[in-house]
Each structure stands twice: as structure tokens, then as C-alpha cells.
Design a binder for this molecule. Structure first.
Ligand SMILES: Nc1ncnc2c1ncn2[C@@H]1O[C@H](COP(=O)(O)OP(=O)(O)O)[C@@H](O)[C@H]1O
Ligand SMILES: [Mg+2]
Length: 248
């Protein structure tokens, strides 16, 4: 083996060894363990409690215990589903399935499903030249759901949702007045498992925006983010008309 080749191999091995413990590797492992361990702890301790009560204790406590278990299971299921979706995107298993979608009812459904304390903070403004856009409703709902929930989660005040829909384009702006994203980290927000250095104990896995970015790519749209730390964040989403059937 030539000396240069041997040197290169040594470098590659060293790089591989270091990568196992790189910052992003650590972030992935801590996200995976936290997102699974936290709900598992809730389930285990609540089941212990149920055993202690022998199922026939105070029904209020029993109901509360079941509720906490349900929520923990839902959160774990969501996390596993998100990971598997991201994996599907990375393996190119997905493609957009276009259909006529009523954007007003798609937004209504999304907002209706938010918890009350989130829904009451949303301020909407719409400019609809048409109500129907030819797009993949599943991907679009997922994109808007993640971006709107982030705005609500990372701020305590009003969140402004502005929508413009024409035959040619769909433009959505989601603006909050929350914690913002540190300037030096803005380029990383769409990376899987990235979580801002200022989010501290707020719950999350860092997968949402990675799913959003890949979904936007499938819809051939653009997503931009502007943010100022401690002042707020704005996401601008734009999807241009794709091919559509003659009759549309
Ligand atoms: N509206 C927002 N305001 C402040 N930070 C945000 C906002 N949206 C996203 N971020 C930052 O981007 C990171 C990645 O977002 P996301 O992938 O949805 O992960 P998660 O919500 O699970 O933390 C967040 O942890 C946060 O640091
Ligand atoms: Mg999120």
C-alpha cells in the first residue's frame, strides 16, 4: 500500500471514529432517548399507581392516570411516526399526489384540531382569488401544522397567519412574536434533530422542520425564515401552480 493511501485510510478511520460522537450524533441520541424515555417513565409510573390502587380506587385519580398514559403513548407514537416519515422521505419513497383542495377548509380543519389555548391566539387574514388549489393536501397540512405549532409553542402572544391563494400560487406567512432563532443558527433550522440553543426545556424533537423542508421540496415550493432573537420569527411559504388537468 502506498504511503499516501495508508495516510488517507488512517484519516478516514479517525474521521469515522470522531463522527460517532460528533455534535449532531449526540443531539440525535439525546433526542431519541428523551422523546422515548420521558413518555415511558410516565406510563410506567402511572401503571404502578394503578396497580397500587388495584383499579378500584378513587375514580378521579384512575381517570387522570389513564389520561396521562394515553397522552404519553400518543406522544411516543407521533415521534416514531415522524422518524419513519423522515426515513421514507430520505429513501425517496414519497411523491406528491395532486388533487383539488379547498384551502379554506384545509386551514379550518388544522386550526380546529389545535388545543383551545393555542387556537385562541391565532389571528387569520385571507385573500382568496380562488378557494381551491391543486396540490397534495396531506403534505400541505403537515407543513402548515408544524410551522403554525412551532409559532404557538415558541411564543406566548398572538400568531399571525396570512394566506393568499390564486390559481397561480399559494402564499402563506406565519408570524410570531416569540423567542426567535439565534442568527448564527438560522441555517440549521431545517436539519433533522436541530433544536435552538435558546429552546431550553421546551418539549420537542427537532424533526418537524426537517419534515417540512422535505415536504416543500416534494411540492416544489420555497420556505424562508426571518427571525430576530427575543422579537419573533416569520416563515414565508410559497407554492407555485404545478401541472393540472384541463378541466380544472
Ligand atoms: N417559530 C419559531 N420560533 C423560534 N424558534 C423556532 C421556531 N420554529 C422553529 N424554531 C427553532 O427550530 C428548531 C427546530 O424546529 P422543529 O424541527 O419544529 O423542532 P421542535 O419543534 O421539535 O423543537 C426548534 O427547536 C427551534 O429552535
Ligand atoms: Mg416543531
Amino acid at each position: 500500500m502506498s504511503e499516501t493511501l495508508e495516510k488517507k485510510l488512517k484519516e478516514a478511520r479517525l474521521l469515522e471514529k470522531n463522527n460517532m460522537y460528533s455534535d449532531s450524533g449526540k443531539q440525535i441520541i439525546s433526542s431519541l432517548t428523551h422523546e422515548l424515555r420521558a413518555p415511558l417513565t410516565v406510563i410506567t409510573s402511572n401503571i404502578d399507581l394503578l396497580k397500587k390502587f388495584n383499579y378500584d380506587g378513587d375514580s378521579k385519580i384512575v381517570n387522570e392516570t389513564f389520561y396521562l398514559c394515553d397522552e404519553a403513548i400518543k406522544s411516543m407514537t407521533r415521534f416514531v411516526e415522524d422518524i419513519s416519515l423522515l426515513n421514507g422521505f430520505n429513501k425517496n419513497e414519497w411523491k406528491a399526489e395532486y388533487k383539488e383542495r379547498n384551502i379554506i377548509s384545509l386551514l379550518d380543519d388544522l386550526i380546529r384540531e389545535l388545543p383551545d389555548h393555542f387556537r385562541s391566539r391565532i389571528r387569520t387574514e385571507g385573500n382568496f382569488e380562488v378557494n381551491v388549489f391543486y396540490t397534495d393536501g396531506y403534505l400541505l397540512s403537515m407543513i402548515l401544522n408544524h410551522v403554525i405549532k412551532n409559532a404557538l409553542q415558541f411564543s406566548a402572544e398572538e400568531v399571525f397567519l396570512k394566506v393568499y391563494c390564486s390559481k397561480e400560487e399559494l402564499v402563506v406567512q406565519v408570524k410570531d412574536l416569540g423567542i426567535g432563532i439565534p442568527e448564527s443558527e438560522i441555517d440549521q433550522v431545517f436539519e433533522p434533530f436541530y433544536r435552538g440553543s435558546n429552546v431550553k426545556m421546551m418539549p420537542g424533537s427537532g424533526i418537524g422542520l426537517a419534515i417540512v423542508k422535505r415536504s416543500m421540496d416534494l411540492l416544489k415550493g420555497t420556505i424562508e425564515v426571518n427571525s430576530l432573537i427575543d422579537h419573533g420569527t416569520t416563515f414565508n411559504i410559497k407554492i407555485l401552480k404545478q401541472w393540472m388537468p384541463e378541466r380544472f
